[in-house]
Design a protein around this ligand. Structure first.
Ligand SMILES: [Zn+2]
Length: 116
């Protein structure tokens, strides 16, 4: 499953960026996900729990938060940034617009840690 490998990538990224001592203090991981990233938040949560249970039990107290962000396009003609609804890629000025400036991302936005 696509989401399983994403979750594993998230854990590898945490390991690359934090010391083992810091990893023990992680309480929450917040992701920023765009609708075009092709990720289903519910499946991602399920995958997170499955991976933790199987082989990342040290992260069992970590909460995963998935923050969805809207698709934004920027019009090459009028430079306006418009939110895309229902995959209708049209600028507020009426011109069709496929210049996506937000909506593809899958990022670790924030990592929360306990104090001690
Ligand atoms: Zn426009």
């Amino acid at each position: 499953m696509h989401e399983i490998s994403l979750v594993r990538t998230i854990f590898r990224t945490l390991e690359d960026n934090f010391s083992p001592e810091e990893l023990e203090r992680v309480t929450a991981v917040e992701l920023k996900v765009g609708p075009l990233a092709n990720v289903e938040p519910v499946l991602l949560q399920n995958a997170f729990e499955a991976v933790v249970e199987q082989d990342e039990i040290r992260f069992k107290n970590v909460v995963l938060r998935v923050n969805m962000v809207p698709i934004l396009v920027q019009c090459p003609d009028c430079q306006q940034i418009t939110e895309v609804h229902n995959y209708l890629f049209v600028c507020a000025c009426g011109k069709p617009c496929g210049n996506v400036v937000q909506g593809n991302e899958l990022l670790i936005e924030r990592v929360e840690m306990s104090d001690q």
